[in-house]
Design a protein around this ligand. Structure first.
Ligand SMILES: *Cc1c(COP(=O)(O)O)cnc(C)c1O
Length: 448
């Protein structure tokens, strides 16, 4: 029945050899090409008879792979890049080879058990009660949406006569919060941040009270950001958490990028108040050295999530006993056991290695900020609170930023698209890769 014939065996060797090569060597930066261009080179790869594994692999390795920017290159500091550990990447191969079903305990018990231990590490770091639990979903966007849907269900229970709800967040909150509000068809109450770039508890209190007094809408969730994506600024989590608690409103902490630093003693206190969260997210694919795509979504009381997210169908009845099925805790049913590469790396390397690696990014960010402050052409936007360093180039217009960024990629030096802050173009280094050294930063700064 198993058709692992000699031809497949050969192909297995080729695939593993390529994987090993990619894992062992310094990643190339590479870059995008147009669809026309790619078509000219590879044509239509989907044919009635098939190309055969060898040929299809060749198309990928020699053309298609090179048209993808390596997110783990040490001078790819764009958006939030990624830096999976060798252990995590290797275990992704195992996950791929094992056909694990991660939706239910019945089918995936062993894998789900391991994923839950990895979640427990995050739960303990956040100091949530031991009853907390959750699931690894595809990304922060789905994590935020899944949590906010539960928040609204709670608000509906409390306010059965209210028909309109709103999500309160900062003006600097990630775009996925606005996207969740749109999908949920709820209002978005955006609150201005203080001078420091942080959303402050008092401002949240007055904004919510004014909003609810004026319009016939109740706030069903307050979102604090534990490390903004653009600048890595952490909101006043304790203050906001208290405001939400006092009003009986669900408190969600979006820490897709920053909550990784819960394991870093040098900044842990900046997250004080996260223990008040009804839910939080953190993406191991951002700063916890796991491959795409993995977001840890955690609830203080997972039973509330199950009430909302458990899918009911006759063919699913056998799943609904008291066991822990990950599909019950988010907008998902079938799921890849995407938390396993993270679990394996954490289990193999130990949590101290994580602390050390995250601290290292923070240190490199601080050193980069010093270099920028001492650079004649550059102005640091703000002291990095985590591992994002933002700055401007004196006298540059947006076209200059665009040209520089394009040429940096063309010369295969680095990938650093410009961003913006308060309507002005900026550059930012998002440092999450332990292989990014201060020498890499110097190399980039030498071009400015
Ligand atoms: C990246 C990010 C998200 C979205 O996460 P995805 O995994 O890209 O869906 C949400 N919130 C914050 C703060 C982020 O940095």
């Amino acid at each position: 029945m198993h058709e692992f014939n000699s031809e497949v065996e050969e192909l297995a060797k080729e695939v593993l050899a390529y994987s090993l090569h990619r894992l062992k060597s310094d990643p190339p930066l590479d870059g995008p090409r147009s669809a026309e261009d790619l078509f000219k080179e590879v044509g239509n790869t989907i044919t009635a008879k098939g190309l055969g594994g060898h040929q299809a692999l060749e198309v990928f390795t020699s053309v298609l792979a090179k048209a993808c920017i390596s997110t783990d290159h040490p001078r790819n500091l764009a958006f939030i890049p990624s830096a999976p550990s060798e252990h995590a990447n290797l275990f992704d191969l195992v996950v791929g080879a094992s056909s694990l079903y991660g939706g239910s305990w019945q089918e995936g018990a062993g894998a789900v058990f391991a994923e839950n231990q990895a979640l427990q590490w995050l739960i303990d770091l956040a100091k949530l009660p031991s009853s907390a639990g959750g699931v690894f979903v595809q990304g922060g966007t789905i994590g935020n949406l899944s949590a906010l849907v539960v928040a609204r269900a709670q608000a509906r229970k409390k306010h059965p006569l209210v028909t309109r709800f709103a999500i309160a967040c900062s003006a600097e909150a990630h775009s996925s919060i606005a996207s969740a509000a749109m999908v949920m068809d709820v209002e978005l109450l955006k609150i201005e941040v203080s001078e420091s770039g942080k959303l402050i508890g008092e401002d949240v209190a007055s904004a919510i009270d004014a909003f609810e007094a004026l319009v016939d809408v109740r706030v069903c969730a307050v979102v604090a950001t534990g490390g903004t994506t653009n600048l890595g600024i952490i909101d006043d989590i304790a203050g906001i958490g208290k405001v939400a608690r006092d009003r009986g409103i669900w408190f969600h902490v979006d820490g897709a990028y920053g909550l990784a630093a819960l394991c870093a003693p040098s900044v842990r206190s900046h997250f004080d108040g996260v223990e008040l969260a009804d839910s939080f997210i953190v993406d191991p694919h951002k700063w916890l050295f796991a491959p795409f795509d993995a977001c840890a979504l955690v609830y203080r009381n997972p039973e509330l999530a199950k009430e909302v997210h458990q899918q009911k169908a006759s063919y699913l009845d056998t799943l609904h006993d008291d066991s822990w099925s990950p599909s019950d805790y988010a907008i998902n049913l079938t799921r890849r056991t995407r938390g396993l590469p993270f679990w394996f790396s954490l289990a193999a390397n130990g949590t101290d290695a994580y602390t050390q690696a995250v601290e290292q990014s923070i240190t490199v960010a601080k050193q980069a900020a010093e270099l920028i402050k001492n650079h004649p052409n550059l102005t640091l936007l703000c002291e990095p609170e985590l591992s994002i360093v933002a700055f401007t180039v004196n006298g540059w217009k947006i076209e200059d930023y665009a040209k520089w960024s394009e040429s940096l990629l063309e010369k295969q030096i680095g990938f650093i698209p410009y961003s913006s802050h308060k309507g002005q173009p900026i550059l930012r280094f998002a440092i999450v890769n332990p292989w990014t050294t201060i020498a890499d930063i110097e190399f980039i700064l030498a071009t400015l």
